[in-house]
Design a protein around this ligand. Structure first.
Ligand code: FAD
Length: 501
């Protein structure tokens, strides 16, 4: 008798049903459980709830008679309703909590994880080989490229260099309000989306759940077909321009040349290997330059994979890291995505993007939203929770290293060598967001002081002792001694408190 196979809502692509020694039985009946408790427990962005439910329901529709699609309060109840006491298989889930759950159920056999490039045993062997040295992302990325033969010419990196970041850190083109890149793929909603929207309205009306943010029209793929269309459109039309302005921000062009593929990858609709192979093919065929292709491969085979491995490597306690002892709660205007309450143009723009779409690219996440939280000493676990709930691509595994480690430096430097934060001059250099702003990036005290500039110096001052011992921060910390207006600056910082800047 074939054993049923359970798919979590982020295991929706065909590679989660490929049979084999480490896969489900051939033609196994499939179980999908929509657990309402997940939506009750957290106040998600409504567009995220919509996307996940739409993707699960699209998968159920594709699988037709093969699927037992259950709507229940909890996973346990749903599984019982779907298969009773029968055995099921499931691929290794993507969070510590879900792994604990499936391991606690006797009749569930946990198969290896799918949807990533590097098996955990290979990562452990690589980490062991480092002999206690820092697990640098750059080293990891070179190793992944070698192991998978990605962008390699024999034993050497294609083009002779591993890292083309130097060509990919451009400021936005002077005077341009948009990059003018071909528009990204946007899906068209269907009857399944209408049903999802109807259910979400009803849940809200009946007081079962509370959401944040605006929902609709759906902007991200909910099926394999849509995700493949988005990938191909990106590679054919937008990849060529991906590299140079990867770190730049433009108020009127939130997407620029970014791929918008994170939610499809994280729902399991796309496999990372197909994304990087298609990008490499485009370079080999002369359709995209190496700096753009290397930049994209680095994000997926480097960063995404590294973050996944670190999540398991650091363990579940990593979420409680708080090296800087930051305990301030998030203010309501931030929790509610109330962009209209914010005067600082850069932060208002990023917050409005999150409110309206559940997405911003990596620099607004790191250098605007995350940086503001870091400068104001917000509790890193609450910041992580906020990112998780408010972003369409947010999942526990990807949030923890990115927010606890990279953005909030709460792990005291296990992931990054320095805190990522800056004054307004960085924002001014890399964007057009300071134009027309009520504040001045170069001013750090007084009524027109840029909140990021004030916040940056106040942050350095607060953590002076710790940061003075960090060779990448020591020079910045010494700069505090040259500030004639430090007291005034700190006064302005405390006056601002947790009101919107
Ligand atoms: P592109 O710029 O087109 O990059 C291509 C792909 O690379 C992305 O689709 C993504 O799959 C991958 N990628 C790049 N960097 C990372 C990274 N650091 N971690 C994981 N994948 C990466 N990414 C998420 O997928 N989910 C998150 O919840 C998430 N939270 C983040 C929070 C913070 C504070 C920061 C700094 C980064 C976070 N990222 C997260 C990484 C990155 O910002 C998003 O993957 C990216 O902005 C998604 O847009 P895109 O698909 O257009 O990406």
């Amino acid at each position: 008798m074939t054993t049923a196979h359970w798919l979590f809502g982020d295991q929706l692509g065909p590679h989660f049903l490929t049979p084999g020694a480490e896969g489900p039985d051939r033609d196994a009946p499939v179980v999908l459980v929509e657990a309402l408790s997940v939506f009750r427990r957290w106040r998600f962005h409504r567009a995220k709830a919509h996307l996940v439910l739409s993707a699960m329901r699209h998968r159920a529709a594709e699988l037709g008679g093969r699927v037992r699609h259950v709507r229940s309060e909890t996973y346990r109840e749903g599984l019982r309703e779907a298969v009773g006491d029968d055995a099921v298989t499931v691929h290794h889930p993507t969070s510590h909590a879900a792994l604990r759950l499936v391991r606690s159920l006797d009749r569930v056999t946990v198969l290896p994880a799918r949807g990533f490039l590097v098996p955990p045993a290979d990562f452990r062997a690589w980490a062991d080989d480092r002999g206690g040295r820092r697990l640098r992302q750059e080293d990891f990325y070179h190793w992944v490229r070698r192991e998978h033969g990605l962008l390699m010419d024999a034993d050497a990196p294609a083009g002779g260099r591993w890292n083309l970041d130097h060509d990919n850190r451009e400021r936005p083109p002077e005077g341009a309000s948009t990059l003018g890149a071909p528009s990204p793929y946007r899906p068209r909603e269907d009857d399944i989306d209408a049903e999802v929207r109807h259910d979400l309205d009803r849940w809200e009306r009946d007081g079962l759940v509370r959401f944040v943010g605006r929902d609709g029209p759906r902007r991200f793929p909910a099926s394999r077909r849509e995700a493949l269309t988005a990938l191909r459109r990106f590679v054919e039309h937008r990849l060529a321009g991906f590299g140079p302005y990867e770190d730049a921000m433009l108020a009127a062009d939130p997407v620029m040349s970014h791929s918008l593929l994170s939610s499809s990858l994280n729902l399991g609709l796309l496999h990372p290997l197909e994304c990087v192979e298609l990008a490499e093919e485009a370079w080999r065929a002369g359709r995209a330059p190496l700096n753009s292709v290397e930049g994209f491969v680095r994000q997926i085979a480097g960063w995404r994979e590294y973050v996944w491995q670190l999540y398991w490597h650091f363990g579940d306690d990593y979420r409680h890291s708080n090296a800087l002892r930051h305990h301030a709660p998030l203010p309501d205007w931030f929790l509610d995505l109330d962009a209209d309450a914010v005067e600082a143009r850069c932060l208002a723009t990023a917050l409005a993007q999150v409110r309206d779409t559940g997405w911003t690219h990596h620099i607004p996440r790191l250098m605007l939203l995350g940086s503001y939280a870091l400068q104001h000493g917000w509790d890193p676990a609450a910041v992580t929770d906020w990112f998780h709930r408010c972003f369409v691509d947010g999942y526990d595994w990807v949030m923890l290293p990115n927010v606890v480690g990279m953005s909030q430096y709460a792990d005291g430097g296990r992931m990054t060598t320095k805190p990522y934060t800056s004054g307004g001059s960085y924002v001014n250099r890399m964007s057009d967001l300071c134009k027309g702003c009520a504040y001045r990036p170069t001013e750090r005290s007084g009524d027109r002081a840029c909140p990021y500039t004030t916040g940056y110096w106040a942050f350095l001052h607060r953590h002076r002792e710790r940061l003075a011992g960090n060779h990448r921060m020591a020079q910045a910390v010494r700069g505090l001694d040259r500030l004639a207006d430090l007291d005034e600056l700190l006064c302005r910082e405390s006056e601002l408190g947790d009101s919107p800047p």
